[in-house]
Ligand binder design. Structure first.
Ligand code: FES
Length: 325
């Protein structure tokens, strides 16, 4: 399940092509023509603001011979021009012109970009490749309800950090799903919280983590993970939005987007980022070691702690359900 490329290919179709994926933030998408490119599990999607400020999303794939339209992660423009032969598309996806193609009556309407569903929740923009997926608000109802008392709109976007991790995406999700490892892997975090009382509550395709904080702790607030690959960590002074984005069967990029209540609180914000990066480095080291051991072929199956690893069990069950196993 963690090393076989054919399993990963099935997960692409059964998990990532079916589930809502966080693709962008409204803070990046304000004026008509503002766009964000989001790549995940081999797909590349462009989300773009329309003239009436609604959003549309398209595959970043030209209808001529599959060239890419957008290379930047974000930008603003009135036209997407394919980088291969120069076909030009309007921001609503219609083909405007096919440069020097040699056919006078080419039916431009027949070659618009392929659309993707896009929906928003409290400044977070999600896409879904499945035209039949349940609406975002229904699908994520329990997860979103857990943030009802959190002042997400009071936070301003700060910056993004990317962490390359040589693991199958599920190794990283398994790791996020439990606090059992905290005393051994995260010594500084272990001084901030009472790890013995770390608990994970399982909801409908999401898990809520909690642990009593010690005095002066940064890591107070709410940490929630949503199947398959999103975590929202809300702290006193802001939040860190985490995505575990698969690149292939054994490579994942962990993307952190930081938001802060006060962007000018430099010292306090820097401390949040420093501790977050330290925890990330510790998780990367242990997860990459686990991946190497899984690839060695020695390990077949183990067992999960009923006290600490109920979140891992739930995640693994949801993967099996997605794959009809
Ligand atoms: Fe886009 Fe040729 S592939 S113009």
């Amino acid at each position: 399940m963690y090393t076989d490329a054919s399993v990963y290919r099935r997960e692409r179709d059964a998990v990532f092509a079916r589930q809502w994926q966080l693709a962008a933030f409204r803070a990046q998408l304000q004026a008509p023509g503002d766009y964000v490119r989001h790549d995940f599990a081999g797909w590349s999607i462009v989300v773009v603001v329309q003239g009436d400020s609604t959003l549309r999303a398209f595959h970043n794939v030209c209808r001529h011979r599959a060239g890419p339209l957008v290379a930047d992660e974000h930008g603003c423009g009135t036209t997407f021009v394919c980088r291969y032969h120069g076909w030009a598309y309007a921001t609503d996806g219609r083909l405007r012109s096919a440069r020097d193609f040699g056919v006078d009556d080419l039916d431009l309407d027949a070659y618009g970009l392929v659309g993707v569903r896009v929906e928003e929740w409290r400044g977070l923009v999600f896409v879904n490749l499945d035209p039949d997926a349940a609406p975002l608000a229904d699908d994520h109802r329990g997860f979103f309800a857990a943030f009802a008392d959190q002042p997400l709109e009071a936070f301003s976007y700060s910056h993004r950090l990317r962490h390359a991790v040589d693991v199958n995406w599920k190794v990283y999700c398994d790791n996020y799903g439990e606090g059992y490892h905290v005393p051994l892997v995260h010594p500084e975090l272990n001084r901030e919280i009472v790890a013995k009382e770390y608990r994970v509550a399982v909801g409908d395709h999401f898990c809520e983590h909690s642990a009593p904080a010690r005095d002066g702790a940064i890591n107070t607030g709410r940490w929630l993970w949503r199947y398959p690959n999103l975590a929202l960590n809300v702290y006193r002074g802001g939040m860190n939005v985490e995505r575990f984005i698969p690149l292939d069967v054994s490579r994942t990029v962990v993307v952190y987007d930081y938001f802060f209540r006060d962007l000018d609180a430099h010292a306090e914000n820097a401390e949040v980022v420093r501790l977050g990066c330290e925890i990330m480095d510790e998780d990367r080291a242990i997860c990459e070691a686990v991946q190497r051991n899984l690839e060695s072929g020695v390990y077949e199956t183990g067992l999960l702690s009923p006290r600490h690893e109920n979140g891992v069990a739930a995640f693994q069950q949801w993967v099996r359900e997605s794959l009809s196993l």
